[in-house]
Design a protein around this ligand. Structure first.
Ligand SMILES: [Zn+2]
Ligand SMILES: [Zn+2]
Length: 268
C-alpha cells in the first residue's frame, strides 16, 4: 500500500526524523511513501500568528533529504511531495517556487480562511462563537476557496477535501450543493483527491472526505490516492486498510500514484 501524506519535524507541529518515517513505512510493508510537508508560508509573504511550516531557507534541505532517502533500498519507494496552502492571489508565486524542484506530486490544501488557521486545534475556539447560519457561511467560504484552488492549476492532488468538518461543526442541512459543484470542477480540471485517514482521530470522527463526497467523485471518475497525514512516525500507514475498504465499497478499483507529477494507477 501507499501513504502519500507524511509531515516532518520541520513544520514545527510534527515530530520524528525522516528516517523514522521511512523505517515505519518499511516495517508496515508499504510499497510507497511520500513526504508532503507544509510548503514554507514565508515564501508566500504570509506569516500566520502560529508558525506551522518550515521556513523558505529550509526547503532545499528538505528536498535534498527526501531525495537522499529515496536512494535507500531498505525503505519503500520514497516520493518527494509537498503540501502547499492555497492563498488567493499568491498562487502564481507558489507555482514559481515549486517549479524549481523535482516534486513527484503537489498536494494543494486550504487551511486558512483569511488569517484564521481553522484546522489548528489552538484556533478552534472560533467555531464556538458561530451561529448555525455562520457555520453554513464558513462552509461556503471554504468551498469557494477550494473551487479557486481547483481552477488554479497549482496542484496534482487536493488535500483533505472536507477538512472544514474537522472539529465537528456541520451545517444542519449538509452541503450537498457545494460538493456536487466541486466534484464536477475536480473532474474538469483532471485533478486527484486523497482519502486522508487523519479525520478518524478528530471530533469529526470520519476520514476526509466523507463517503457521500467519495461517491460523487467516484461517479464522476475523479481519481483518488491515499494518505495518513502522519505528524509522527508511528502514524505512518495508520488506518489505510480502513481507507481502502471504504474506497472499494464506494466503487473505486484503483488508486493514483505519482512520479515526476505524472499520474499512474495501482489496482486495489
Ligand atoms: Zn500539519
Ligand atoms: Zn493539511
Amino acid at each position: 500500500m501507499i501513504d502519500y501524506h507524511l509531515h516532518t519535524v520541520r513544520c514545527c507541529h510534527a515530530r520524528g526524523t525522516l528516517e523514522e518515517y521511512c523505517r515505519e513505512g518499511a516495517r508496515r510493508g508499504l510499497k510507497e511513501i511520500g513526504f508532503a510537508d507544509h510548503f514554507p508560508l514565508d515564501m508566500l509573504d504570509f506569516e500566520p500568528p502560529v508558525k506551522v511550516t518550515m521556513e523558505g531557507k529550509e526547503l532545499p534541505q528538505y528536498v535534498e533529504e527526501v531525495l537522499r532517502l529515496s536512494q535507500n533500498k531498505e525503505y519503500p519507494t520514497v516520493r518527494l511531495g509537498i503540501e502547499v496552502d492555497f492563498l488567493p492571489g499568491r498562487e502564481k508565486a507558489a507555482q514559481r517556487e515549486l517549479s524549481s524542484y523535482p516534486f513527484d506530486y503537489i498536494i494543494g490544501s486550504v487551511h486558512f480562511l483569511g488569517d484564521w488557521d481553522f484546522t489548528n486545534p489552538a484556533c478552534a475556539v472560533e467555531y464556538q462563537k458561530c451561529t448555525e447560519e455562520e457555520i453554513m457561511v464558513l462552509y461556503e467560504k471554504y468551498y469557494f476557496l477550494l473551487e479557486k484552488l481547483v481552477e488554479s492549476n497549482l496542484c496534482d492532488i487536493v488535500g483533505h477535501l472536507d477538512v472544514i468538518k474537522k472539529f465537528g461543526y456541520r451545517p444542519r442541512n449538509g452541503a450537498v450543493h457545494l460538493i456536487e459543484k466541486l466534484t464536477g470542477l475536480l473532474k474538469d480540471a483532471d485533478l486527484c483527491i486523497e482519502l486522508n485517514t487523519a479525520g478518524l482521530y478528530t471530533p469529526a470522527c470520519e476520514a476526509y472526505p466523507a463517503r457521500e463526497i467519495l461517491e460523487s467523485c467516484c461517479r464522476k471518475g475523479v481519481p483518488v490516492t491515499l494518505g495518513s497525514d502522519a505528524h509522527r512516525p508511528e502514524d505512518v500507514g495508520r488506518d489505510l486498510d480502513k481507507g481502502l475498504d471504504l474506497l472499494r465499497k464506494v466503487g473505486y478499483r484503483e488508486i493514483a500514484v505519482f512520479k515526476g507529477r505524472i499520474r499512474g494507477y495501482l489496482k486495489i
